[in-house]
Ligand binder design. Sequence first.
Ligand code: ATP
Length: 322
Amino acid sequence: PRAIAILTSGGDSPGMNPAIRGVVRAALHKGIKVYGVTKGYSGLIIGDMTEMNSASVTNIVQRGGTLLKSDRCLAFKDPAVRHQAAMVLKEKDIDALIVIGGDGSLTGAHLLTQENNINVIGLPGTIDNDIYGTDDTIGFDTAVNTALDAIDKIRDTALSHESLFLVEVMGRNSGFIATHVGIACGAEMVVVPEYETKAETICFQLANNRLLGKGASGIIVVAEGQTPGLTTHLANVLAQHQLEAKVCILGHIQRGGSPSGHDRVLASCLGAAAVDYLCAGYNDVMIGVRDSIITDTPLKQVIEKNKKLDDAFFQLALLLHK
Ligand code: ATP
């Protein structure tokens, strides 16, 4: 390609900035022009973009959020609007687009290339790690560490007051963040959407802990799930079983902050690889990492298939509570 555009879309995630930097620096190195689109698809459809140079991405590798800003643009679900976006790119002689975002953003990218003659490459940018075709997503590691940092602090209060906390972590309808955080913080229980957890099981587990001399305090990590208020509901159910639990919802702090070293390296590698794949003639794929190797997966598969929480991994989380 002679010129490419790059945008970030959907929820921001720590590591989007090093990914943008990877794309820009790798493209410039190959003599390709790069345009940075402001506010995801919202900016694309109105042509809100500026040409980037090496200095445009200086001093951003350590910053959370996204320099290009992000948005949720409902209008992009309309094929006519996607056509308009393609026309904007063609008018500016831009022949490819790199999209960094989650499932929804990658769906938009797939439809854009299917319907219009614009090459697209997707990069998995979400803290949730719920994207098929990659073991890891940009921002996941940082989010896990941010949640851990908070939970370690909550643990001090839980221990001092011998109290029980239900800590809600993000992850939409997937339990990746919750299971990783649960294992790493030594949670007494992990509750995820993929598996049913009965209130009785939690009560039994906590009673057993007391018998084993582990004290009465506890941290239960709960994945947010699709319905808001799930964790408060669980606290109410536990109250009916004479188990008092405080609810702590970590919320958006998990999306922000300086990206971890792991996420910076992952994002940099994937950003540069996106340019390499474009130059090698790839289109309509997401670049991710599987078994520590950078690899491409057709966007169609990424969108249609669900990444499953590994059963053995979840069972390990349960085993470690006991
Ligand atoms: P996160 O995982 O952080 O939520 P996401 O990319 O999945 O990120 P969404 O809000 O689902 O976030 O999607 C982001 C944007 O992608 C939407 O606002 C819209 O512009 C575009 N998009 C989502 N779904 C579609 C679709 N079916 N067709 C076209 N565009 C879509």
